[in-house]
Design a protein around this ligand. Structure first.
Ligand SMILES: Nc1nc2c(ncn2[C@@H]2O[C@H](COP(=O)(O)OP(=O)(O)OP(=O)(O)O)[C@@H](O)[C@H]2O)c(=O)[nH]1
Ligand SMILES: [Zn+2]
Length: 224
């Protein structure tokens, strides 16, 4: 087991857990060879299995409204709401030189995201706010949204998604000076279980210069 320390976080790299898991604490836990099936094969299998679930629930799969649902769900999982599980869908990032030497924080706020809770497979949704200070490169604004979507389109927990976005941006932008704030509603809390539809969950990632009360206060000011 290797331990690496970056910013405030201890990243524990666990090389092998059991027979078929290979992940770090920051990565979405994936089994080995997760992508050896083609997208078509994944959809065929999911459709078959979802049909079984519907059948067990007693639904009439000959009904014209229900009969296409297994295929719809399979397509939605693979092509849409879980597309971020497949590295081939990672966005291509355009960086530009910071020729204008803009040296203050850039804040992209209110990025809408929809994800799904990995414990219950029901939606998590809300806003992501991102800030960074350039170390020489600037990123195309829309790419910030695309990075958020990539990590959101997986079964998630909010803490991991927040960290994944923050670490990815630090790597791409070659700077520690990155902040990520996620403000989200969890339908597993709102629509079932405890059924609290007023609470929200806030998670933060403050790297480098953002580990500073003044910087955090400045950022909070822009978010009001
Ligand atoms: N920390 C964290 N917990 C989450 C997140 N999404 C869902 N959860 C929680 O995961 C927990 C799973 O708890 P369990 O007791 O195994 O599941 P459960 O019996 O369905 O729990 P209830 O939701 O309390 O009915 C619940 O407390 C959820 O609220 C997340 O993003 N982060
Ligand atoms: Zn949940």
């Amino acid at each position: 087991m290797k331990t690496t320390t970056t910013n405030n976080f201890d990243l524990i790299t666990i090389d092998e857990i059991g027979d078929n898991h290979l992940y770090t604490t920051l990565e979405t836990p994936m089994k080995k060879n997760a992508h050896k099936l083609s997208d078509t094969e994944k959809k065929e299998t999911i459709s078959y299995l979802f049909r079984e679930i519907m059948d067990v629930l007693g639904l009439d799969l000959t009904d014209d409204s229900l009969k296409g649902t297994p295929d719809r769900v399979a397509k939605m999982y693979v092509d849409e709401i879980f597309a971020g599980l497949n590295p081939k869908n990672k966005p291509k990032i355009a960086l530009f030189d910071n020729k204008y030497q803009y040296n203050q924080m850039l804040v992209e706020k209110n990025i809408t995201f929809y994800s799904n809770c990995e414990h219950h497979f029901v939606p998590i949704f809300g806003k992501v706010h991102i800030a960074y200070i350039s170390s020489g490169k600037v990123i195309g604004l829309s790419k910030l949204n695309r990075i958020v979507q990539y990590f959101a389109l997986r079964p998630q927990v909010q803490e991991r998604m927040t960290m994944q976005i923050g670490k990815e941006l630090q790597e791409i932008l070659q700077t520690d000076d990155v902040a990520v704030i996620v403000d989200a509603k969890h339908l597993c809390v709102a629509s079932r279980g405890i059924k609290d539809d007023t609470s929200a969950t806030v998670t933060t990632f403050y790297g480098g210069a953002f580990n500073n009360q003044q910087k955090i206060a400045e950022l909070q000011n822009y978010l009001q």
